[in-house]
Design a protein around this ligand. Structure first.
Ligand code: SAM
Length: 338
């Protein structure tokens, strides 16, 4: 085995130069994927945790250059589910056996803290873990959601290259995003963050920084996906779609943080029919099937190729690679309650 890879497997520490080397090495990526798969097996086991994803609004006040549901994109028809529709979707998911519900949306101002909290309280009665992914809020709002029943929160840092972030996310501030992550941690959430890989002007050097940042901040889950140019956005003609670079980044995340939860991201499946399975064999241990009804899932087009509703064959696919379906809440083994 390559000595740098061997060091990663043994120590779970890599320098920035080591990371750059392994991120750039296409020739030996199969060894990297195998090493990440072995570490995943040793530290978090063979169970794949399923999360029922509800995309409840594609209305967003932000204008991120990469995002298909950015404010100024005229292409997607906008929708928002009524609170009672969200609760009833969660109910169905629980009946199907999901032990975690993920509520994701654009930053839609209709959903006040009061509204989100009442939705959370209703879903919490169903004895499930709840993950929120609704963007940047104040520390008090994060606390209120936590008290109302949210357990986990996903907020990607997207990139640690501040110049790139400020170019991609006009009107937003990288420091604020980082502060949100710290506020979420202080509020006692199981914290998820992550990045997009293959963004225009993103360097391997900065992806190495991203990995070190995620380790330093002490995340419990990491969502790492390839950037896919979306129609109607200023980046629609960019290249992106680097599935293998995204897989190498994800595999290195597993080596650096062996106990965290890592989803096989939807963006990987959008680029390759076996994308999720490839991710599960390269360090991932979570899958988030979309349980939003097809009519709305179609409109939550962050990027092309994002599947609409996908619940049918996922369990079978997981079993076909010798893995099992997680039966519990699938709390991150990295997570320490405060
Ligand atoms: N509004 C919330 C937030 O900002 O965290 C959650 C929704 S946001 C659309 C979810 C994630 O989708 C983003 O964090 C981003 O990484 C990813 N995403 C958006 N556009 C994408 C694209 N074109 N390709 C790949 N991933 C994309």
């Amino acid at each position: 085995m390559n000595p740098v890879l061997e060091k990663a497997v043994k120590t779970h520490h890599l320098s920035k130069d080591d990371l750059i080397l392994l991120l750039s090495d296409k020739t030996h990526q199969t060894d990297l994927f195998k090493a990440a798969d072995t570490i995943r097996h040793q530290f978090v086991g063979d169970a794949v945790h399923l999360r029922g994803l509800i995309e409840f609004s594609n209305i967003c006040k932000n204008n991120c250059l990469y995002c298909g549901i950015r404010r100024d994109n005229q292409l997607p028809k906008r929708y928002r589910l009524a609170p009672k529709e969200i609760i009833s979707l969660a109910e169905k998911a629980v009946q199907q056996g999901f032990k975690t519900i993920v509520l994701q949306s654009g930053e839609d101002l209709f959903f006040t803290t009061h509204k989100i909290c009442s939705i959370l309280r209703e879903i919490k009665k169903m004895d499930v873990a709840i993950t929120l992914s609704i963007g940047e809020k104040t520390a008090d709002e994060y606390k209120a959601y936590k008290e109302a029943g949210a357990d986990r929160f996903l907020l990607r840092i997207e990139t640690t290259d501040k110049n790139l972030y400020h170019y991609l996310d006009p009107g937003m501030s990288w420091e604020t995003r980082k502060q949100c992550l710290l506020d979420l941690k202080n509020a006692g959430y199981e914290l998820g963050s992550g990045i997009m890989v293959g963004l225009p002007n993103q360097t391997i050097d900065s992806i190495a920084d991203d990995l070190l940042f995620l380790k330093e901040i002490g995340i419990d889950m990491a969502g790492i996906g390839p950037f896919i140019p979306a129609q109607g956005t200023p980046l629609e003609n960019e290249v992106g779609k680097d599935l293998y670079l995204a897989l190498r980044t994800m595999a290195l995340m597993r080596l650096l943080m062996p106990k965290i939860n890592i989803p096989a991201t939807t963006a990987m499946e959008a680029l390759h029919p076996m994308g999720r399975l490839m991710a599960l064999k390269a360090g991932a241990n979570v899958v988030m099937p979309n349980i939003t009804t097809e009519e709305y899932a179609r409109l939550y087009q962050l990027y092309p190729g994002k599947e609409s509703v996908d619940q049918s064959d996922i369990a079978q696919k997981i079993l076909s690679i010798g893995r099992s379906i997680g039966l519990g809440y699938g709390t991150s083994k990295q997570f320490k309650k405060i």
